[in-house]
Write a protein that binds this ligand. Structure first.
Ligand SMILES: O=C(O)c1ccccc1N[C@@H]1O[C@H](COP(=O)(O)O)[C@@H](O)[C@H]1O
Length: 212
């Protein structure tokens, strides 16, 4: 990692939380379009959030093994900057929307760094890879950490670290992983889908202090 570690805060469900997280200095906000999630947002809520966020804060739509027509429906109504595919979506599936995207990679079981590269290399047009704690092929968003020393160090595309990050463990996570960005959801919540302002500010302050 060179320079500041960027921060994505995921699982926003209200305009008020989106504005608070933006004011705290987040680079990106995540909106979960996976209907089984406790952080699921409707198209109407998501459109209101995207309209309200200030310039230069990216909006990221998270999908998990969604029907392509659901992704298209969201894209038609919500001005998203980036897509995040968090399931077992194939490279062809991810590419079909012709939008910038990141692919989540489950690190559990991918113990060798070569395993990561063999998987990630298939997604030729991905903008980057989000490494999370789930097993390959399993659903992510478990709130668990994994062995941060296994985060790929020399992969040629940006790596985003996710999974169980909190204001308390972030410094160690950044030190060991040296990633381009971190992504947090449950670690800065008061309860699922509702962010805790003090935790959000503490998390972003730590990210700024412990990178560069
Ligand atoms: O947030 C969810 O509900 C979710 C559901 C299904 C897949 C991913 C989900 N969230 C993403 O999971 C990682 C880790 O989150 P956490 O910080 O451990 O709670 C992150 O990328 C979230 O965006």
């Amino acid at each position: 990692m060179i320079g500041r570690c960027r921060v994505k805060v995921c699982g926003l469900t209200s305009v008020a939380d989106a504005l608070m997280v933006s004011a705290a200095g987040a680079d990106a906000l995540g909106l979960v379009f996976y209907p089984n999630s406790k952080r699921y947002v409707s198209i109407e809520q998501a459109a209101a959030i995207c309209t309200a966020v200030p310039p230069f804060v990216a909006t990221v739509g998270l999908f998990l093994d969604a029907e392509a027509c659901w992704v298209e429906q969201v894209l038609a109504a919500v001005p998203l900057t980036l897509l995040q595919f968090h399931g077992s979506e194939t490279p062809a599936y991810c590419a079909q929307f012709q939008r910038p995207y990141i692919k989540a990679v489950g690190m559990k079981g991918l113990t060798a760094r070569g395993g990561f590269a063999a998987y990630a290399d298939q997604y030729l047009d991905a903008q980057g890879f989000l490494v999370d704690s789930h097993a390959p092929g399993a659903a992510g968003g478990t709130g668990e950490i994994f062995d941060w020393t296994q985060v790929p160090q020399d992969y040629p595309k940006p790596i985003i670290l996710a999974g169980g990050l909190t204001p308390d463990n972030l410094a160690e996570a950044i030190r060991l992983s040296r990633v381009y960005a971190v992504d947090v959801s449950s670690g800065v919540e008061a309860r699922p889908g509702i962010k805790d302002a003090a935790k959000v500010w503490a998390f972003i302050k730590k990210a700024n202090a412990d990178s560069a």
